[in-house]
Every structure is written in C-alpha cells, then in structure tokens.
Design a protein around this ligand. Structure first.
Ligand SMILES: NC(=O)C1=CN([C@@H]2O[C@H](COP(=O)(O)OP(=O)(O)OC[C@H]3O[C@@H](n4cnc5c(N)ncnc54)[C@H](OP(=O)(O)O)[C@@H]3O)[C@@H](O)[C@H]2O)C=CC1
Ligand SMILES: CC(C)=CCC[C@@H](C)[C@H]1CC[C@H]2C3=C(CC[C@]12C)[C@@]1(C)CCC(=O)[C@@H](C)[C@@H]1CC3
Length: 334
C-alpha cells in the first residue's frame, strides 16, 4: 500500500514547501492537504499538480482551531485511509504580534544578536483571544487541535509492522519562561505563541512515552526563521525591506536564518526519511542553512522534563473530556 502523509496548514509557507519536497522524494505518496480554507487548498493542490502531474493529492477540510472541525475531519480521515504513515502537525498562528523595537536595537548591537535572531527571546508579544470553544485561540490552534487530532487518529497511527511518525512544527521561540502548567492555555500572559510551542515540545515527549510501544513516534522540529505569511505579518513590508539586507548579512554568521520555505522544510523532509526508532524524543530537529546556502538537519536537546510533560499530558486529557462533553451536550440540545 502507498504511504499516506497528512499535512496540516499545507496551503502555504513551510507546509506547502514540505509537500513539494515530499512529492519530489516519493512519487507514490498519497498526500492529504488538511486546510481550513478550501479555496487556498485548491490553489495549493493545483500548484503541486503543475510540478508533479501524476501525484495523488487529496484535500481535507480542517480548522485545527475548532474542536468540532477536528472531530469531523478525523472521522473523514478514518473513512478514507486504513492508516496514516506520517502526520505533520504544521498549522500555526501568531495573531497581533508586537515587536519591542527598543529591545531589538539594544540586541542588534550586543553579543546576544545571533541568539536574538534565532529565538526572538524578549522581542515579541501577541494579543490572544477566546475562540468559539472557549479556549485561547493560539493554544487551540497551535496545540490543542493537533493533540485532539492525534488522539482521534490513534487507531490509524502505528499499526502492526507499520510504525507512524507524528511531527510537530515547533520553534526555537518555544521558551520555558513563557509556559506555566497552572496557565497552560496562556490566558494571562503576552507570549501565547512561545507558550504553545513549548507545550508542543512537552506533548511530543509524552506521546512517545505513552505510544512508542504501539508504533507511534513523535518528533519536533524548528524550521529556523523563514519568510512566510506568518513572519510577514509581524512588521509592515517597509520594515522587512530594510531588514532583509541585515538578515542576509547575519546569515553568514548563523545557520538558523533559513529564510525560504524550502530551506525551512529541511528537517521535516529529513524526518520523513528516518527510521522512527532511531529518533531522539528529547531532541528538537533544526532546519539549518549554511552561509553558502547548504541545508542540513541538526538535533539539539530540548529544555524539557518528564514531570512537566506528564503533568501537561494529564491536563490535556482532562480538557479533552470537557470539550467532548460540551460538543455532545450542544448536539443533544439541537
Ligand atoms: N516562519 C517562521 O519563521 C517559523 C514558523 N514556524 C511554524 O511553522 C508553521 C508554519 O508556518 P509558516 O509556514 O511560517 O506560516 P504560514 O502562515 O505560511 O502557514 C501557516 C499555515 O497554517 C494554516 N493555519 C492557520 N490556522 C489554521 C487553522 N485554524 N486550521 C487550519 N490551518 C490553519 C494557515 O492557513 P491559512 O492560509 O488559511 O491561514 C497556513 O496554511 C507554524 O506552526 C509556525 O508556527 C516555526 C518557527 C519559525
Ligand atoms: C523592529 C525591527 C526593525 C526589526 C525587528 C526584527 C524582528 C521582527 C525579527 C527578529 C528575530 C525574528 C524572529 C521571528 C520573527 C521576526 C523576528 C522577531 C520568529 C519569532 C518567527 C517565528 C518563530 O517561530 C521564531 C523561530 C522566529 C525567531 C526569530
């Protein structure tokens, strides 16, 4: 049977570049683009078929920020495919970002400049809000919707003799300092993006602890700093035009400025080729690009611990019960 690969947020940026790269790698794939906007999904499919006319590309309507949509989409996946070999949890948002310009210029002329461009630590805040499920939107989109999807698809992930890979697009902006177990949705802080990415690192570790025996292997990657809709949304285009020469200059001294979606998808593509049993569940796999433009993948140990990972996993299972109950009650009322 052909390999089934499902990619969330596949219609643009790193997700779309990954799809291009996977199809160039393996023409036999069954690729499923899981997107919230079907117009954009159709456009992505057409672009993929232009470069790979024989490819098998399916579309799936999925809004990861809505629990109802995740449950519906998971049902659809179960009716279409007997198993999922690779599940890329890539969709992500960073709403209403604000850059601390003073901190940026201070960092630019300090010894911390390379780290600042790699992690954006101390530079970025966002304004989050509640979604229709009553959850913080960034948490719901970047983390919880994906968690629910994995839970729903468990029977299709890791079947007898066929291990499956789950890959989270995390970030080097995943910072322990932004995350708290007591406020795991990040209701009260101003760094929901950073918190949600740190939470995905913790959840990936927990998934490995609970599901490796069943053949489900989870990994996290950081694509580096990539110019996509997400990053273009951070500053007005005028600022980006000013900043681009600086970025290309800094790129000679650091390998984390991958800049193009193709480069950013390096670690995602690399993981596709690895034996799941050979992967390190405590490592984040970084897409890196050298000054000469060569791409490679490097594992770096994450700043996570088993206790916090297990505690968060437990809290997410609890929240899952509440959300499922809410959906059932609403359905009964209608
Ligand atoms: N760019 C960068 O420098 C970095 C990016 N990342 C991560 O990479 C991932 C991809 O982002 P990137 O390619 O940069 O940005 P893009 O904005 O280009 O891609 C994000 C994708 O996620 C989709 N998406 C957003 N919300 C939802 C939702 N509720 N349901 C379904 N799909 C959704 C978007 O769909 P739509 O077109 O409908 O909005 C889009 O396809 C994200 O998780 C991001 O956090 C991590 C580190 C660095
Ligand atoms: C105010 C001026 C002129 C410049 C500000 C530069 C920042 C916009 C820029 C510097 C480091 C960048 C960065 C990201 C976004 C843009 C910066 C803050 C990310 C947070 C994007 C998403 C990620 O997940 C991270 C890996 C990026 C880290 C670096």
């Amino acid at each position: 049977m052909e390999k089934v690969v499902l990619v969330t947020g596949a219609n643009s940026g790193i997700g779309l570049a990954l799809c291009e790269r996977l199809l160039s790698q393996d023409g036999e794939l069954r690729l499923c683009l899981a997107c919230r906007n079907m117009g954009r999904a159709e456009a992505a499919k057409s672009a993929l078929l232009t470069s790979h006319p024989q490819a098998r590309v399916d579309l799936l309507h999925l809004d990861v920020g809505s629990a109802r949509s995740v449950l519906r989409a998971a049902q659809e996946v179960k009716s279409r495919y007997p198993r999922v070999d690779h599940l890329y949890l890539n969709a992500g948002i960073m709403p209403n970002p604000k850059v601390d310009i003073k901190a940026f210029f201070k960092g630019l002329f300090s010894s911390n400049v390379i780290n600042m461009f790699a992690t954006a630590e101390g530079l970025l805040t966002q304004q989050d809000h509640l979604n229709s499920d009553g959850l913080q939107e960034v948490f719901a989109t970047n983390l919880f919707g994906h968690f629910l999807l994995v839970r729903e698809l468990e029977p299709l992930l890791g079947q007898e003799g066929h291990p499956s890979k789950v890959v989270w697009t995390s970030s080097s902006n995943a910072l322990r300092s932004a995350f708290s177990l007591e406020d795991f949705q990040h209701r009260s802080g101003t760094e929901p993006y950073s918190s949600s990415k740190y939470a995905s690192d913790l959840v990936s570790l927990a998934l490995n602890r609970h599901h490796n025996a069943q053949g489900l292997f989870s990994s996290v990657i950081c694509p580096g700093l990539v110019m996509t809709n997400l990053t273009y949304g951070i500053l007005p285009s005028f600022f980006w035009s000013l900043l681009m020469p600086i970025m290309w200059f800094i790129r000679m001294f650091t390998n984390t400025l991958t800049l193009t979606p193709y480069n950013g998808a390096e670690a995602l593509n690399w993981l596709f080729l690895q034996k799941p049993e050979s992967l390190d569940s405590r490592a984040k796999y970084h897409s890196l690009t050298s000054g000469l433009g060569n791409n490679y993948t490097q594992p770096r140990q994450m700043d996570i611990d088993d206790e916090t990972s297990e505690a968060l996993y437990g809290k997410l299972l609890e929240l899952e019960k509440v959300v499922r109950r809410q959906i059932t009650e609403e359905a009964e009322r209608q």
